[in-house]
Design a protein around this ligand. Structure first.
Ligand SMILES: NC(=O)c1ccc[n+]([C@@H]2O[C@H](COP(=O)([O-])OP(=O)(O)OC[C@H]3O[C@@H](n4cnc5c(N)ncnc54)[C@H](OP(=O)(O)O)[C@@H]3O)[C@@H](O)[C@H]2O)c1
Length: 280
């Protein structure tokens, strides 16, 4: 199987390229400089040149707060980029895989969100990602949408950021009224490839097992890394981020676990593995 990855310089794109290579798959990883997904003709030319079986679209505008004042920029990548990738994939016989997010849900429920639950994003980022899901399905009847949540790995995402702040002796204020599923990028990459290999189509959820708040995640990461520091618990309102977040965006993993015949790794276990393997 030949895999083409867009946004291959990002957190998930780079983890996916590594995991796919470890599995002996043929991988073409294109970072933003090599392929800008907002350029439709360039996307089509890249797929015609490389002729992949599967295109995993990891290119994304992920600055959730910045998107609130740059809707056009976020939509160009998350919605229009998705359309270009899916259309080129459909035209060249490849399967498009679109990465999406728990932020397509409003998080007002207290029960886990299943893949077929109605979406109701509360932020510009969430809306543009939902629009990317819709565009992918419209352009390519045969497609895969993989929603994940709270990703971290390498030097990217919340966990490395909180460890950097602790190391720098900066004050730590962490939100305690949002619940979700932390996800280690290498685990998400492996599960995504498992879904592709099992022939999954439509929308699937991929995340770490269990659930927690950002405060729980911060305390677990700081303790595991040996920091004995104070962490101030704040509400979303006190934190004052530009973009609203869903208070409860826990993705239901039942369908994924049933298809693959295994449970997703519990978030604390993946966090321990991340802390063991980090090189600082
Ligand atoms: N991070 C999370 O917590 C999280 C949670 C749920 C879902 N997701 C989804 O998972 C996917 C991967 O996210 P990630 O965490 O790996 O994000 P990331 O680290 O920000 O990676 C996204 C990559 O896309 C690139 N990119 C941006 N605009 C592009 C364009 N026009 N053409 C080509 N590449 C472009 C970025 O390049 P630059 O760095 O040069 O901008 C970056 O390398 C995304 O679809 C995201 O929405 C992420």
């Amino acid at each position: 199987m030949k895999l083409l990855i867009t946004g291959a310089g990002g957190l998930l794109g780079s983890a996916l390229a590594r995991e796919a290579e470890n599995r002996g798959l043929e991988v073409v990883g294109l970072d933003r400089a090599a392929l800008d997904v907002t350029d439709g003709p360039a996307v089509r030319a890249a797929l015609e040149e490389h002729r992949p079986d599967v295109v995993v679209n990891c290119a994304a505008y992920t600055a959730v707060d910045r998107a609130e004042s740059d809707e056009a920029g976020a939509a160009a990548v998350n919605r229009d980029g998705a359309r270009h990738v899916a259309a080129a994939a459909a035209a060249t016989g490849a399967l498009p895989v679109y990465l999406s997010t728990d932020y397509v849900f409003d998080g007002t429920r207290k029960t886990r969100y299943r893949p077929d639950d109605p979406t109701a994003p509360v932020s510009v980022y969430g809306r543009t990602k939902r629009d990317g899901e819709v565009a992918t399905a419209a352009e390519a009847p045969e497609h895969l949408v993989v929603r994940t949540s709270w990703l971290y790995g390498g030097d990217e995402g919340f966990v490395p950021a909180i460890l950097r702040r602790a190391r720098a002796g900066e004050p730590l204020r962490v939100v305690s009224d949002q619940r979700g599923r932390p996800t280690w990028a290498p685990s998400a990459a492996g599960t995504l490839l498992d879904l592709v290999e099992r022939g999954a189509r439509g929308i699937w959820h991929v995340a770490g097992g269990g659930e927690c708040t950002w405060l729980d995640l911060a305390c677990e990461a700081l303790g595991g890394a040996g920091f004995d520091v104070d962490v101030e618990s704040v509400t979303s309102e006190e934190f004052g981020a530009a973009a609203p977040r869903p208070p409860y965006s826990v993705l239901d993993l039942t369908a994924t676990e049933q298809l693959l015949g295994r449970d997703m790794t519990f978030w604390r276990d993946d966090l321990s593995r991340f802390l063991e393997h980090r090189d600082d």
